[in-house]
Ligand binder design. Structure first.
Ligand code: IPM
Ligand code: MG
Length: 356
């Protein structure tokens, strides 16, 4: 198969982790007889520096017409004080919105080899962690109206958090359909004791849940979820939630896996076009030092093969290769401990490609 991939390396550690994922993709192409062509698009701070905007119209058009998008990370202190209308993060939100990527899948899986890298006790994570966060990605407070105005002589800032029934329904269906292929349990996370948007969320999820009698459904408040993720993470299978709750809970959940550097994500539309990225940020403090963990990005290309290209065997092969490399004792700094072989970002990419 021939596929065109838009490659958005971005800022900070973005370029170095994406390079490792491309190395792995090239290996897949060689081994399985595919052809992947890459078109580079500037995004984030590097695009602001070069073009004055975090993504150009031309760049956006390339993303839209490609078969899938691979992203590293955006942002950094250098661009913290630019006008909010051109912040690096704006480009990421624009790509999500313009490509219609409403469903963000964030699998949280603890490789058993890394049980000791998790800050949680063995008694809590020892039985393995395998949950999936399904985050709504193109609605809510991320895309609601915002304004800062002066009221009675002081500044007042407002961010609206709108949700419409069709937005809730379609993400709900993704959660239930996905749960059917996994542990058949969906927990819908909201703040229905306070927010109108959450009350509509809950009512809509209840309605949809009736179409999936084979899936066990429950509601849980977001603050309680934050606690339960630490107390008893094994209770969860699929967690479905709105945009900002999903942003926060997925960072929390990532630590169950030992390091945020391990976590991939897929942002899906109603078609096959998707964007794939690790959930972590640009980590400017370690950029260019060859110490970042590329596994989250490598696992993201596995998700690309699985969800956008229907290359299931190839995706399984990447995940198995990562597993082997961990079995071999190789660790980047974030997951390293005594007795293991500490390697850099490029060495980790090469090790996974070699194992493939
Ligand atoms: C994420 C990130 C983004 C988000 C930022 C960079 C805008 O934190 O993908 O989780 O908040 O969605
Ligand atoms: Mg986040």
């Amino acid at each position: 198969m021939k596929k065109n991939i838009a490659v958005l390396k971005g800022d900070g550690i973005g370029p170095e982790i994406v390079d490792q994922a491309l190395l792995v993709l090239d290996k897949v192409a060689e081994k399985y007889g595919h052809e992947f062509s890459y078109t580079s698009v500037d995004i984030g701070g590097c695009s602001i520096d070069k073009h004055g905007v975090p993504i150009t119209e031309e760049g956006m058009a390339i993303c839209k017409s490609s078969d899938s998008v691979l992203l590293g990370a955006v942002g950094g202190p250098k661009w913290d004080n630019v006008d909010p209308s051109i912040r690096p993060e704006k480009a990421l939100l624009a790509v999500r919105k313009e490509l219609g990527l409403f469903a963000n899948l964030r699998p949280t899986k603890l490789f058993p080899q890394l049980a000791e890298a998790s800050p949680l006790k063995e008694s809590i994570v020892g039985n393995g962690i395998d949950l999936l966060i399904v985050r709504e990605l193109t609605g809510g407070v991320y895309f609601g109206k915002r304004r800062t105005e002066v009221v009675n002589g002081e500044k007042v800032a407002t961010d609206e958090m709108p949700y419409s029934e069709h937005e809730i329904e379609r993400i709900g269906r993704v959660a239930f359909e996905t749960a059917r292929k996994r542990g058949k349990r969906v927990a819908s996370v909201d703040k229905a004791n306070v927010l109108d948007s959450s009350r509509l969320w809950r009512a809509t999820m209840h309605r949809i849940s009736e179409e999936y009698p084979d899936v066990e459904y429950s509601d849980i408040l977001v603050d309680n979820t934050a606690m339960q993720l630490i107390k008893n993470p094994g209770q969860f299978d699929v967690i479905v939630t709105e945009n900002m709750f999903g942003d926060i809970l997925s960072d929390e959940a990532s630590m169950l896996t030992g390091s945020i550097g391990m976590m991939p994500s897929a942002s899906l539309s109603s078609g096959t076009l998707g964007m794939y990225e690790p959930i972590h940020g640009s980590a400017p403090d370690i950029a260019g030092m060859d110490v970042a963990n590329p596994i989250g990005t490598i696992m993201s290309v596995a998700m690309m093969l699985r969800y956008s290209f229907d290359m299931i065997e190839e995706a399984d092969a990447i995940e198995a290769a990562v597993n082997c490399v961990l079995d071999d004792g190789y660790r980047t700094a974030d997951i390293w401990r005594d007795g293991f072989k500490k390697i850099g970002c490029a060495e980790m990419g090469a090790a996974v490609a070699a194992r493939l």
